[in-house]
Design a binder for this molecule. Sequence first.
Ligand code: FE2
Length: 261
Amino acid sequence: MRILFLGDIVGSLGRATTAKLLPTIRKRDRVNLSLANAENIAHGRGATQETIEEVLASGVDYFTGGNHIFWQKSFYEEIEHLPVVRPANYPSGTPGRGEAVIDLGRLGRVLLISLLGRTFMRDVADDPFATVSEILEKHQGEDLQATIVDMHAEATSEHQAMGFYLDGRVTAVVGTHTHVGTVDARVLPGGTAYVTDVGMVGSLDSILGVKKEIIIQNYVSALPQRFDWEDLGPAIFNSVLIETDKGGLAKSIKRIDQVVD
Ligand code: FE2
Protein backbone atom coordinates (compact mmCIF):
# COMPACT_ATOMS: atom_id res chain seq x y z
CA MET A 1 0.00 0.00 0.00
CA ARG A 2 1.18 3.51 -0.78
CA ILE A 3 0.32 6.25 1.69
CA LEU A 4 0.96 9.94 1.05
CA PHE A 5 1.17 12.24 4.07
CA LEU A 6 0.98 16.00 3.51
CA GLY A 7 2.47 18.47 6.00
CA ASP A 8 0.23 21.06 7.66
CA ILE A 9 -2.08 22.58 5.02
CA VAL A 10 -2.02 26.30 5.85
CA GLY A 11 -4.89 28.55 4.87
CA SER A 12 -6.39 29.20 1.44
CA LEU A 13 -3.04 29.04 -0.37
CA GLY A 14 -2.39 25.63 1.21
CA ARG A 15 -5.83 24.42 0.14
CA ALA A 16 -5.43 25.78 -3.38
CA THR A 17 -1.97 24.19 -3.70
CA THR A 18 -3.36 20.84 -2.55
CA ALA A 19 -6.12 21.09 -5.15
CA LYS A 20 -3.57 21.92 -7.82
CA LEU A 21 -1.04 19.15 -7.14
CA LEU A 22 -2.64 16.31 -5.25
CA PRO A 23 -4.82 14.77 -7.99
CA THR A 24 -1.77 14.44 -10.28
CA ILE A 25 0.50 13.07 -7.53
CA ARG A 26 -2.14 10.57 -6.45
CA LYS A 27 -2.35 9.22 -9.96
CA ARG A 28 1.35 9.40 -10.80
CA ASP A 29 2.53 7.70 -7.58
CA ARG A 30 -0.42 5.29 -7.36
CA VAL A 31 -1.38 6.57 -3.90
CA ASN A 32 -3.90 4.38 -2.05
CA LEU A 33 -4.45 6.66 0.94
CA SER A 34 -3.79 10.36 1.33
CA LEU A 35 -3.47 11.94 4.79
CA ALA A 36 -2.79 15.52 5.87
CA ASN A 37 -2.46 17.61 8.98
CA ALA A 38 -5.40 20.02 9.14
CA GLU A 39 -4.80 22.15 12.22
CA ASN A 40 -4.19 25.33 10.18
CA ILE A 41 -6.44 24.57 7.24
CA ALA A 42 -8.94 27.39 7.91
CA HIS A 43 -7.02 30.60 7.16
CA GLY A 44 -4.13 29.36 9.28
CA ARG A 45 -6.31 29.10 12.37
CA GLY A 46 -7.82 25.72 13.18
CA ALA A 47 -10.25 23.87 10.95
CA THR A 48 -13.88 24.15 9.84
CA GLN A 49 -16.27 21.71 8.21
CA GLU A 50 -16.23 23.82 5.03
CA THR A 51 -12.42 23.81 4.66
CA ILE A 52 -12.16 20.11 5.50
CA GLU A 53 -14.80 19.29 2.87
CA GLU A 54 -12.99 21.46 0.32
CA VAL A 55 -9.76 19.48 0.77
CA LEU A 56 -11.58 16.13 0.86
CA ALA A 57 -12.72 17.02 -2.66
CA SER A 58 -9.07 17.58 -3.63
CA GLY A 59 -8.20 13.99 -2.67
CA VAL A 60 -7.14 13.96 0.99
CA ASP A 61 -8.92 11.03 2.67
CA TYR A 62 -8.33 11.67 6.36
CA PHE A 63 -6.85 14.41 8.53
CA THR A 64 -4.80 14.69 11.71
CA GLY A 65 -4.83 17.49 14.26
CA GLY A 66 -2.51 19.46 16.51
CA ASN A 67 -2.50 22.20 19.09
CA HIS A 68 -4.56 24.56 16.88
CA ILE A 69 -7.26 22.08 15.87
CA PHE A 70 -9.93 23.65 18.10
CA TRP A 71 -9.20 27.32 17.35
CA GLN A 72 -12.56 27.59 15.56
CA LYS A 73 -15.37 27.05 18.06
CA SER A 74 -17.70 25.55 15.47
CA PHE A 75 -15.24 22.68 15.15
CA TYR A 76 -15.99 21.38 18.67
CA GLU A 77 -19.15 19.86 17.16
CA GLU A 78 -18.16 19.56 13.51
CA ILE A 79 -15.22 17.26 14.28
CA GLU A 80 -17.60 14.57 15.53
CA HIS A 81 -18.77 13.66 12.02
CA LEU A 82 -15.69 14.53 9.96
CA PRO A 83 -12.70 12.32 9.02
CA VAL A 84 -10.35 14.07 11.44
CA VAL A 85 -8.40 12.76 14.43
CA ARG A 86 -7.31 15.25 17.10
CA PRO A 87 -4.42 14.59 19.51
CA ALA A 88 -5.16 11.34 21.33
CA ASN A 89 -3.41 12.56 24.47
CA TYR A 90 -5.79 15.47 25.05
CA PRO A 91 -7.70 15.19 28.34
CA SER A 92 -10.73 12.89 28.38
CA GLY A 93 -13.89 14.79 27.52
CA THR A 94 -12.23 16.65 24.63
CA PRO A 95 -14.46 16.52 21.51
CA GLY A 96 -13.58 14.16 18.67
CA ARG A 97 -11.32 11.11 18.81
CA GLY A 98 -7.59 10.57 18.84
CA GLU A 99 -7.45 7.52 16.61
CA ALA A 100 -9.40 6.09 13.69
CA VAL A 101 -9.42 2.87 11.72
CA ILE A 102 -9.76 3.71 8.03
CA ASP A 103 -11.35 0.93 6.00
CA LEU A 104 -9.98 0.75 2.46
CA GLY A 105 -12.00 -2.29 1.44
CA ARG A 106 -9.91 -5.02 -0.17
CA LEU A 107 -6.71 -3.03 0.48
CA GLY A 108 -7.28 -3.47 4.20
CA ARG A 109 -7.59 -1.26 7.26
CA VAL A 110 -5.27 1.51 8.43
CA LEU A 111 -4.99 2.78 12.00
CA LEU A 112 -4.32 6.53 12.16
CA ILE A 113 -3.20 8.14 15.43
CA SER A 114 -2.68 11.83 16.24
CA LEU A 115 -0.34 12.76 19.12
CA LEU A 116 0.78 16.05 20.64
CA GLY A 117 4.27 16.63 22.03
CA ARG A 118 4.74 18.40 25.35
CA THR A 119 8.18 19.99 25.09
CA PHE A 120 7.91 23.77 24.43
CA MET A 121 4.13 23.32 23.96
CA ARG A 122 1.57 25.09 26.14
CA ASP A 123 -1.37 22.71 25.69
CA VAL A 124 -2.75 20.52 28.43
CA ALA A 125 -1.87 17.03 27.25
CA ASP A 126 -1.16 13.62 28.76
CA ASP A 127 2.02 11.66 28.10
CA PRO A 128 1.96 10.88 24.33
CA PHE A 129 4.23 7.85 24.81
CA ALA A 130 1.93 6.18 27.33
CA THR A 131 -1.12 7.17 25.26
CA VAL A 132 0.14 5.62 22.03
CA SER A 133 1.14 2.42 23.82
CA GLU A 134 -2.38 2.12 25.23
CA ILE A 135 -3.90 2.64 21.77
CA LEU A 136 -1.63 0.04 20.17
CA GLU A 137 -2.46 -2.44 22.92
CA LYS A 138 -6.18 -1.83 22.39
CA HIS A 139 -5.87 -2.62 18.66
CA GLN A 140 -3.51 -5.57 19.10
CA GLY A 141 -4.63 -8.64 17.17
CA GLU A 142 -6.77 -6.61 14.76
CA ASP A 143 -6.23 -7.11 11.07
CA LEU A 144 -4.43 -3.84 10.22
CA GLN A 145 -2.39 -3.28 7.07
CA ALA A 146 -0.68 -0.20 8.48
CA THR A 147 -0.51 2.09 11.49
CA ILE A 148 0.40 5.74 10.91
CA VAL A 149 1.27 8.10 13.75
CA ASP A 150 1.38 11.91 13.39
CA MET A 151 3.66 13.27 16.13
CA HIS A 152 2.78 16.95 16.31
CA ALA A 153 5.60 18.49 18.31
CA GLU A 154 8.00 21.42 18.54
CA ALA A 155 11.18 19.71 19.73
CA THR A 156 13.02 17.58 17.18
CA SER A 157 14.26 15.42 20.07
CA GLU A 158 10.67 14.59 21.03
CA HIS A 159 9.85 13.67 17.42
CA GLN A 160 12.91 11.42 17.28
CA ALA A 161 12.19 9.87 20.67
CA MET A 162 8.71 8.92 19.44
CA GLY A 163 10.16 7.51 16.21
CA PHE A 164 12.56 5.21 18.03
CA TYR A 165 10.01 4.44 20.77
CA LEU A 166 7.61 3.07 18.15
CA ASP A 167 10.24 1.59 15.81
CA GLY A 168 9.14 -1.90 14.85
CA ARG A 169 5.64 -1.37 16.29
CA VAL A 170 4.03 0.89 13.68
CA THR A 171 4.36 1.53 9.95
CA ALA A 172 5.31 5.19 10.17
CA VAL A 173 5.90 8.04 12.58
CA VAL A 174 5.69 11.36 10.78
CA GLY A 175 6.30 14.69 12.46
CA THR A 176 4.33 17.91 11.95
CA HIS A 177 3.95 21.35 13.57
CA THR A 178 7.20 23.20 12.75
CA HIS A 179 6.08 23.67 9.09
CA VAL A 180 9.71 23.17 8.02
CA GLY A 181 10.41 19.89 6.24
CA THR A 182 13.42 17.94 7.47
CA VAL A 183 15.85 15.89 5.36
CA ASP A 184 15.94 12.79 7.59
CA ALA A 185 13.16 10.67 6.05
CA ARG A 186 14.26 7.04 6.36
CA VAL A 187 13.20 3.61 7.54
CA LEU A 188 14.48 3.10 11.09
CA PRO A 189 16.35 -0.15 12.02
CA GLY A 190 13.17 -1.83 13.31
CA GLY A 191 11.25 -1.15 10.08
CA THR A 192 9.27 1.99 10.90
CA ALA A 193 9.29 4.84 8.37
CA TYR A 194 10.19 8.12 10.00
CA VAL A 195 10.58 11.84 9.30
CA THR A 196 11.07 14.50 11.96
CA ASP A 197 8.84 16.99 10.15
CA VAL A 198 6.96 16.60 6.88
CA GLY A 199 6.76 20.40 6.48
CA MET A 200 3.72 22.24 5.16
CA VAL A 201 1.57 23.04 2.19
CA GLY A 202 1.38 26.81 2.10
CA SER A 203 3.17 30.02 1.26
CA LEU A 204 6.83 29.64 0.30
CA ASP A 205 7.82 33.25 0.98
CA SER A 206 6.35 33.34 4.46
CA ILE A 207 7.45 32.33 7.94
CA LEU A 208 5.49 29.17 8.75
CA GLY A 209 2.64 30.50 6.56
CA VAL A 210 2.45 33.87 8.32
CA LYS A 211 3.39 37.09 6.43
CA LYS A 212 7.14 37.32 6.97
CA GLU A 213 7.14 41.05 7.84
CA ILE A 214 4.93 40.35 10.87
CA ILE A 215 7.24 37.67 12.27
CA ILE A 216 10.32 39.81 11.62
CA GLN A 217 8.61 42.65 13.53
CA ASN A 218 8.01 40.19 16.38
CA TYR A 219 11.77 39.79 16.66
CA VAL A 220 12.81 43.41 16.23
CA SER A 221 10.01 45.24 18.08
CA ALA A 222 8.67 45.08 21.61
CA LEU A 223 5.12 45.81 20.40
CA PRO A 224 2.75 42.87 19.90
CA GLN A 225 1.94 42.02 16.27
CA ARG A 226 -1.33 40.80 14.78
CA PHE A 227 -0.85 37.55 12.85
CA ASP A 228 -1.94 37.49 9.23
CA TRP A 229 -1.46 34.61 6.82
CA GLU A 230 0.12 34.91 3.38
CA ASP A 231 -2.42 33.99 0.70
CA LEU A 232 -0.49 35.17 -2.36
CA GLY A 233 2.74 34.30 -4.15
CA PRO A 234 4.57 31.00 -4.63
CA ALA A 235 3.66 27.96 -2.55
CA ILE A 236 5.48 24.93 -1.20
CA PHE A 237 3.98 21.44 -1.19
CA ASN A 238 5.74 19.15 1.33
CA SER A 239 4.80 15.50 1.70
CA VAL A 240 6.19 12.00 2.22
CA LEU A 241 5.24 8.85 0.37
CA ILE A 242 5.33 5.70 2.49
CA GLU A 243 5.26 2.24 1.01
CA THR A 244 4.10 -0.41 3.45
CA ASP A 245 5.21 -4.02 3.62
CA LYS A 246 3.04 -7.04 4.38
CA GLY A 247 4.06 -7.22 8.03
CA GLY A 248 2.62 -3.79 8.88
CA LEU A 249 6.02 -2.08 8.69
CA ALA A 250 7.52 0.13 5.97
CA LYS A 251 9.40 -0.74 2.80
CA SER A 252 10.33 2.84 2.04
CA ILE A 253 9.68 6.51 2.69
CA LYS A 254 10.57 9.36 0.38
CA ARG A 255 9.94 13.06 0.33
CA ILE A 256 7.79 14.57 -2.41
CA ASP A 257 8.32 18.33 -2.37
CA GLN A 258 7.30 20.79 -5.02
CA VAL A 259 7.26 24.55 -5.44
CA VAL A 260 4.31 26.11 -7.26
CA ASP A 261 4.72 29.60 -8.71
FE1 FE2 B 1 0.88 23.07 15.52
